[in-house]
Design a protein around this ligand. Sequence first.
Ligand SMILES: O=P(O)(O)OC[C@H]1O[C@H](O[C@H]2O[C@H](CO)[C@@H](O)[C@H](O)[C@H]2O)[C@H](O)[C@@H](O)[C@@H]1O
Length: 629
Amino acid sequence: MTTPGTLAELDEERAGSVASDVQSSLANDRIIVVANTLPVRCERRPDGRGLTFCWDEDSLLLHLRDGLPEDMEVLYVGSLRADVPAAEQEDVAQALLDRFRCVPAFLPKDLSDRFYHGFCKQTLWPLFHYMLPFTSDHGGRFDRSNWEAYVLANKIFSQRVIEVLNPEDDYIWIHDYHLLALPSFLRRRFNRLRIGFFLHSPFPSSELYRSLPVRDEILKSLLNCDLIGFHTFDYARHFLSCCSRMLGIEYQSKRGYIGLDYFGRTVGIKIMPVGINMMQLKSQLQLPDLESRVAELRKQFNGKTVLLGVDDLDIFKGINLKILAFEHMLKTHPKWQGRAVLVQIANPRGGSGKDVQGLKAEIEESCTRINEQFGRSGYSPVELVNRTLSSVERMAYYTVAECVVVTAVRDGMNLTPYEYIVCRQGIPDLDGGDAPKRKSMLVVSEFIGCSPSLSGAIRVNPWNIDTTAEAMNESIALSENEKQLRHEKHYRYVSTHDVAYWSKSYIHDLERSCRDHFRRRCWGIGLGFGFRVVALDRNFKKLTVDSIVADYKKSNSRVILLDYDGTLVPQTTINRTPNETVVNIMNALCADKKNVVFIVSGRGRSSLEKWFNSCPELGIAAEHGYFMR
Ligand SMILES: O=P(O)(O)OC[C@H]1O[C@H](O[C@H]2O[C@H](CO)[C@@H](O)[C@H](O)[C@H]2O)[C@H](O)[C@@H](O)[C@@H]1O
């Protein structure tokens, strides 16, 4: 289990090495950021003719640009949150490319449903949040057609990438669980492409992950990347143990870097929790609307202590557990009756499936029961806000809240506590009076990615209603001084580990992981007898003999792998024994200390050993690798 200290230390160590040489070597390169959705909002014009677009300022992917070198071009590939009829797609694609450097992937409706609502939301989302998806509630079986739709959708994303790709100069950065199959499609085409991946959701324990029928395909696809990023040490650890148990691939750790060897490449593992966009949040704190909204809320909750929850309406956010814990707190600490209010914002963005409808009904029922039992004139203990709030409204709630409570049963990261801390720092006159005192309190689930980074938060097991109720009581009852100290500690961390810090660190490691792609040279040579040489580089491009000879002379360490039939002897000959020239060439190659030479063949060991008896330095991998000399 990692501690905040060790994670932070690892960050600092790495950040120190985000040196200017890396930044300058990245300048003029281009990065293609691929995610399920583009960081643009679109709306149909009121007259129904065409769409209008603007940047989605709430999108994390939009702000990762802040950590990249200024002159690094960023291109986005992803889908739009809108149905675009086929007749409009070309114009929309052109407009998005020209104005936003965005490349849309249009998926047919049926495919998109089976990809997103099917495999993403019915299989991967529950599994990655520790719920076995193949129970009777979820159809009782693995739906292979949804997986096929997922693969096909990923292929369509890869085609959009390939259309704009410059394989020698571009970096690819793929995001989240929707696109786990994408690296395979890209690597298959471009062996030297620089590919990074970041998983925003949790990666579950191997004991759960192993139940997925397509577990190997997904792991292998991820291993086609050069760098795989996770929010926490635990998610990375689970991934590594899946690779070990399911694929037999072990990792090595050297000077703080973790790597796995896969088909001749080292795949780096990066642990780096994401942060928020400090600049954007700070500028929003200056908005005049915010002040007036804060004043309204202060009036509404005058004399009350506000505990706040801000969650997507999703079954893994533990919203009902929070409401039940609050109810328990009112019972066990009656002094809060009439004085404490839980405001729960339930953002309906998450979806509208059967699960979500059931969850909504359950939450509403709990709220009604608590308000009937403890409410009185002018006091409703639980206020449920069942709509999507603007960022200004959300910030106003943060500003008036004494404590934020996150009881998700699993969440990749969860940035609600971070936003809250910055909002509480931003408004100086929280207490009124002369000396502004900034304070904030957090109760957070131990099952969410931000938990290890927030050492001043009260951590809870959200399934335990009693201890969560106690934590809520403790958080609001703590001394003012203690609340200030915890706030200061959190603010220091959150303000220095923002989204720009995250992307800067990620791209630095991606560059480092890919550096030796261009250092190591690799050819495949087929000798057709009659001595016609066909040499191919890693991208299957034909090479000239001159360029091979030049590279050969330059290199200090060479591995030469030779097939036997069709390479050392003609394919058509009946006598398969190598002639004297071939044996001499083998010995000459082996005599050079810079060379390691192997014959790699499906032939039996006895004939190869006999034929090359006079070449003691020559390696033999016979019988398709079952025998090695
Ligand atoms: O619902 P989706 O469209 O499938 O997207 C899933 C969620 O993506 C975002 O959350 C994820 O990334 C966050 C930042 O790294 C992380 O805090 C969170 O734990 C991840 O699940 C988005 O913020 C959510 O609203 C989406 O539901």
